[in-house]
Write a protein that binds this ligand. Structure first.
Ligand code: ZN
Length: 555
């Protein structure tokens, strides 16, 4: 799907309804360490290249796009598919690796104690291996493989995709791309920091390339190619972000005046970046810069910038009636998650409890504390989206509209885009602004979850041992469309009368629940039919049986 710029909504947002919110401590809590584990696992679903199937949680993923780059005589295999499609975009990959690397750098103890460090490191290395390939010689950096016009006509498994995989864009002396160069530099510098005690040679190579990419972006300042997806509104923020992490890695004060000079530029709206009403995302790294620089320097201008932004988010930004800070209709949860990560990192600096409670409220919302009682993290809890916009997990094709069926495979750990400004969520594969998943969505979510786990989670719990690849559906939802209605009743009747010999759910991978056996007696017969009928007529409001994910009767 087209990722057009969404920041123009800022201007209108300033005049939308403003709420003052009092934060109540949410009662109870969620299994944050499991949510953290799942949200890292998700990246396996979007791995690309000949090694995509190695060390992959998902049995339905394997090697794909193994000759990427060959049209230019290059090896650009590897990296990550962007979202529900199979394009490899430079900017959101760099953003994702940069934020995930930041999360590991700040919360390594949490990843260690929850058993997640190795998986996150191997995920990060899959990113940085690819970034290094994208820089085949000094002064030349490739930042995209495939193309929206080509890729989006295909709905199917990445392993089976054929057709051209162009390499449309390059940064070099005559083509600036300070945005993607800055973000990639920052991702590589963090890999250096996170990896230098594991493999010093690899870490040093990451730092060498990080410095050269930063120099490229600095010496030839400018946006990347007009017309490309994910083109960012500013590149000064990305250069400042790169310089911030080189300053961390090298402790060289000469980066500080460079950062100041980048931040003296106004945003594309003609405003100072120090009064920012957006949040950290692939298009805007100002808040990330301010957060880290406030910690590193203690300078008042950075503290003021953090206070301004967080006050706006906590007290003025449009909020759904059930509590989600709603920055934009496209992927609302990613923004709230990224802001939650910033709030937690700033909490570490300030000890301001309201920041922590705000962050928890947004993460709890994503995990099920919302009016739909739905976990927007797939596989987490018992009620989560069944129709994510993701070709590999979906398992069908466009033929006959089959891709609107529930996904064949459980996309464990994917954070969907999320609800609209009213908190409504329609689980429809075609509503990609709400149901798509993406590598950038999960990045801030992983960081926020690590921080929330530190304060509210169980730090001694090992990674989950249950098999989250099993699917869960409501008893009675025979056609798996998310509701129990006369369509289900008709199917059951036809089955009992032996007009059909199989029910639709019997073909589902990893579904153990006998959906049509609504009284749990081991048979599908007229007793079930009668109960279904009474349920649909609202004579009864629940069935006499409940199953767990394995199909065992629990009630
Ligand atoms: Zn691929």
């Amino acid at each position: 799907m087209k990722k057009t710029c969404v920041m123009l909504t800022i201007a209108t947002m300033l005049f939308t309804s403003l709420f003052t919110v009092i934060y109540l401590s949410a009662s109870g809590g969620y299994d944050y360490s499991t949510a953290l584990n799942y949200s890292i696992i998700f990246y396996d679903a979007n791995k690309c290249g000949p090694e995509a199937g190695n060390d992959n949680f998902f049995s339905w993923r394997g090697a794909c796009h193994t000759t990427d780059g060959s049209v230019r005589g290059l090896d650009l295999a590897g990296g990550f598919h962007d979202a529900g499609d199979h394009i490899k975009f430079g900017l959101p990959q760099a953003y994702s690796a940069s934020v995930l690397g930041w999360a590991l750098y700040e919360y390594k103890d949490v990843f260690d104690s929850t058993g997640n460090t190795d998986k996150l490191l191997s995920t990060l290395k899959h990113f940085t291996d690819y970034f290094l390939k994208c820089y085949p010689e000094p002064g030349t950096f490739y930042y995209q493989v495939s193309d929206g016009q080509i890729d989006h006509t295909y709905w199917g498994a990445p392993e089976e995709q054929t057709g051209p995989r162009p390499v449309p864009y390059v940064a070099d002396e005559s083509n600036p791309a300070s945005d993607v160069l800055g973000l990639t530099s920052a991702a590589l510098t963090k890999m250096y920091l996170n990896y230098k005690n594991i493999d010093a040679d690899y870490a040093n190579e990451c730092l060498r390339v990080a410095k050269e990419l930063y120099q490229m972006g600095k010496n030839n300042p400018g946006h990347y190619k007009l017309g490309a997806y994910y083109r960012s509104n500013s590149f000064w923020d990305d250069l400042a972000w790169a310089a911030t992490w080189l300053y961390v890695a090298e402790n060289d004060n000469s980066y500080l005046p460079e950062i100041d000079s980048y931040l003296s530029n106004n945003t594309f709206l003609g405003q100072t970046p120090f009064e920012n009403k957006w949040t950290m995302c692939w298009d805007d790294m100002y808040m990330a810069v301010f957060c880290k620089m406030a910690e590193l320097t203690g300078e008042q201008k950075y503290i003021n910038a953090m206070n301004y932004n967080l006050d706006y988010w906590m007290n003025s930004l449009t909020t759904t009636p059930d509590g989600l800070r709603h920055l934009d209709v496209w992927g609302a949860l990613r923004y709230a998650s990224a802001e939650a990560m910033l709030a937690m990192l700033y909490y570490e600096q300030t000890g301001n409890e309201s920041l922590k409670e705000f962050a928890k409220s947004q993460i709890d919302y994503a995990l099920g504390d919302n009016k739909n009682n739905m976990s927007y993290l797939i596989g987490f809890g018992s009620n989560y989206p069944k129709h994510p916009h993701h070709r590999a997990a979906n398992g069908y094709t466009y033929a006959g509209g089959e891709n609107s069926n529930p996904a064949k495979h459980l996309l464990v750990g994917a954070l969907v885009g999320g609800p609209d400004a009213q908190g409504n969520y329609v689980d429809d594969v075609n509503l990609f602004q709400h149901t798509e998943v993406a590598i950038d969505y999960n990045a801030g979510f992983v960081g926020a979850l690590a921080a929330i786990t530190k304060y509210y989670g169980n730090l001694t719990s090992p990674p989950p041992t249950s098999d989250p690849e099993l699917l869960w559906y409501e008893v009675g939802d025979i056609n798996l469309d998310g509701k129990i209605d006369t369509t289900d009743l008709v199917l059951m009747r036809r089955y009992i009368l032996e007009i059909i010999d199989k029910l639709p759910y019997e073909d589902m991978d990893n579904l153990r629940i006998p959906i049509a056996d609504v009284n749990g007696d081991g048979y599908i017969n007229s007793t079930d039919y009668m109960l279904m009928r009474r349920y649909i007529l609202e004579i009864i409001t629940e069935f006499p049986v409940e199953y767990d994910i394995y199909g065992n009767i629990v009630n």
